[in-house]
Design a protein around this ligand. Sequence first.
Ligand code: ZN
Length: 436
Amino acid sequence: MFETINQELLEFLNHSPTSFHAVANMGAMLEQEGFVRLSEGRPWELEAGKGYYVTRNDSALIAFQVPKRDFAGFQVMASHSDSPALKIKANAEILVEQKYVKLNVEKYGGMLCAPWLDRPLSVAGRVVVRRPGGIAARLVQVDRDLLIIPNLAIHMNRKANEGYEFNVQKDMLPLFGGIGAKDGFLQLIAGEAGVEEEDILDMDLFLYNRMKGTVLGLDGEFIAAPRLDDLQCAFASLKGFLSARPKESVAVHCVLDNEEVGSGTRQGAASTFLRDVLHRVNSGMGRGEEEYLMALASGFMVSADNAHSIHPNQQDKADPTNRPYMNGGIVIKYSANQKYTTDAVSGAVFKSLCQKAGVPYQTFVNRSDMLGGSTLGNICTSQVALNMVDVGLPQLAMHSCYETAGSKDTAYLAKAARELFSSSVCGDGDGEYQVR
Ligand code: ZN
């Protein structure tokens, strides 16, 4: 199972250079399994026993399976579709001394800058084009080595190895071509989208790393690839979802966008997307507001976003007693200040799900003298107050454009997700929970 799921994951990552592509690819996987696409702008007619999915902004996706009989609660796993990247600005071309053309970019999310240098890059995203009677979005992926952001030679900065402060406006602009490339960028994108240049009205285009994902280590212990944070969790959640057999709960696979920039968009965790979908599932099954609130109270949500593994060269950066390792299983994240939603109850529920699934788990807490990152879990709670746990898969080099993770862990999360989606967690409001 480990090898197959890793190959599938790497294939998925190679074809998902942006959140738009990731969502399109998940949609295709769902349709292959008979899931029906719904639109937020049209009425929904839901049938018990069937599966559906809906997207927002083409960059967030929620899929759900309606159980055959009346349901108890919602069983949700949420992850995010976006990763830090360099976004191409409008009017991108900059001429350099009438000899070169480079592209103007800005940062999307909190990336490590250095890994983007000195490697083949290309462009992907969406363009919005004029169509008779309106506009339409087109996915674009330039599938060849196209751009490079060259480092400065050490001879011109002898202190380069003593730490460097990157200025994105100056240091991170990719070289696009010689002077002959002038006015060529829009032309290239129009060609890729199969439209005329003048029909392009706007675009969301990002640089992406051309290096494909791979398996490494003496015994293939590790995988390395772009965008493991958080497409590794999104993919594992979907695999678990597709193999689950929900009985008395609504299984919900949820992938939100814009986690890397604070989640405050229409398709992010702070939006109404998840709440709106759960609401419509509830009313679509002929149930009222009180039943909706009961289903929330009886539900459970796993916020799945990758976690930091112990670094082989930097062991002192981690907490002294909580030591997550790659291939050690799913990481449950804790924070006394509730940067993560996990508490003793949700942690215990998740551990019992892992035990039922036969999957190992480990724990993460930040060093007490170090601020950690945040994630989408507690942002979601203001819209959908489900009992929630924060977990992730252990990885290294988070927010690099090429990250490393364990080759066993994707399968562990897929198994735990299947268990979550096939079960139901019911609280009696009195501190006792049934996990069945
Ligand atoms: Zn993440």
